[in-house]
Design a protein around this ligand. Structure first.
Ligand code: NAD
Length: 359
């Protein structure tokens, strides 16, 4: 019987509610597929700040490193928004990504047929959209040095950050993207701002060189402003998109919204070895925390991605994804994806429906 050590990071807001459901689902899947999970819970984000004063305690990072995979819910909330930057929940998340060497963020934006009408775009634009955004996660302007705010001679403050990519950083994310495209429809669009930024020109040059190793993948390049436009004009033209940290942050959220609900979207962050980090795209939704209103499906689908990418348990991942489709077919909806004639359920109710669908 396969056995895996999984670190659970429930975090803040709706995090503990949706994590509890995902754990129930994993236990049920484990029974069906003869998989044992050894779960260990650790602190991150606001919960960690309250308990230890730091958003990512050293013990949490160590626990994560010693596990086969890490499942995170969400971090953050109003309570910690005024703390100095190094003590904010988001700083803990950035440190976790850096500490685990998670340089590749995979964010699928797939429209499920049952939820086409939840999108704010017209049915004919979004029906059939199936995009994977591969975002570079540990480089670029979010980590580049120098950075800071200085006071100039006139007494005016000046803020600055540095957008930087080395060839090796571009190559490793590029290879993940080409390999991801190979498993999909073999189309890769690299997004940059090469008409203005030197760092983007280097990005474009390296991705073009890499393409020679993947002759089966059709490579195109697009400027980020055009990509933002094309995502809402004709999203079906995209299969796999690869881009840097800042552009990826923005474009993956835009792609997410094509699907109608942020409560449906999982993500995977990978390094060159296990463990990867799996988490919903959404935040901690403090506005609905503790009210049994959260949609747990993004968390459940993140657990499915974990089974597929880190644990190589594709059949178990398929079973979870099929259960999600089944409950949507049965008409169960949380508030964020509710439409006329559907059956309203809360976080718990959705979890029960998924468990019943798994059988
Ligand atoms: P958010 O994603 O938490 O919420 C945006 C909106 O979507 C809210 O109206 C919320 O109720 C709704 N929503 C989100 N997830 C939902 C779900 N599963 N089911 C139903 N509705 C859902 O983004 P925000 O409001 O900008 O941020 C709230 C906090 O989360 C902030 O502290 C922010 O820093 C943090 N955050 C964390 C992450 C992360 O953990 N990776 C990501 C984004 C934001």
């Amino acid at each position: 019987m396969a056995s895996y050590r999984i670190t659970l990071l429930p975090g803040d807001g709706i995090g503990p509610e949706i994590m509890a459901i995902a754990v129930q689902v994993l236990k049920r899947i484990g029974e069906k597929f003869s998989i044992t999970f050894e779960f260990q819970e650790a602190l991150v984000g606001g919960a960690a700040i309250d308990a230890t004063g730091e958003p990512l305690p050293a013990a949490t990072l160590e626990t994560c490193k010693q596990s086969d995979s890490v499942l995170l819910a969400a971090i953050g909330g109003y309570k910690w928004d005024t703390l100095p930057r190094h003590q904010r929940p988001e700083t803990g998340l950035l440190a976790l990504r850096a500490g685990l060497g998670l340089f590749a963020n995979l964010r699928p934006a797939t429209i499920l047929p049952q939820l086409v009408d939840a999108s704010s775009l017209k049915r004919e634009i979004v029906e059939g959209v199936d995009i994977m955004v591969v975002r570079e996660l540990t480089g670029g302007i979010y980590f580049g040095q120098p950075r800071g705010v200085v006071e100039t001679e006139t007494g005016e403050k000046r803020g600055f950050n540095t957008m930087v990519y080395s060839e090796s950083e571009i190559d490793r994310i590029g290879r993940v993207a080409f390999e991801t495209a190979q498993k999909r429809r073999k189309k890769l669009c690299s997004v940059d701002k090469a008409n203005v930024l030197e760092v983007s020109q280097l990005w474009r040059d390296r991705i073009t060189v890499l393409a020679a190793d993947y002759p089966d993948v059709e490579l195109t390049h697009m400027y980020v402003d055009n990509a933002a436009m094309q995502l809402v004009r004709n999203p079906k033209q995209f299969d796999t998109i690869v881009t840097g940290n800042l552009f990826g942050d923005i474009l993956s959220d835009a792609a997410a919204m094509l699907t109608g609900s942020i409560g449906m979207l999982p993500s995977a962050s990978l390094s060159s070895a296990r463990p990867g980090l799996y988490e919903p795209v959404h935040g901690s939704a403090p506005d609905i925390a503790g009210q049994d209103k959260a949609n747990p499906l993004a968390q459940i689908l993140s657990a499915a991605m974990m089974l597929r990418y880190d644990l190589n348990e594709a059949a178990a991942a398929d079973a979870i994804e099929q259960a999600v489709v089944k409950v949507l077919d049965q008409g169960y909806r949380t508030g964020d994806i509710m439409s006329d004639g559907m059956i309203a359920v809360g976080c718990q109710g959705m979890g029960e429906a998924i468990l019943a669908a798994i059988g």
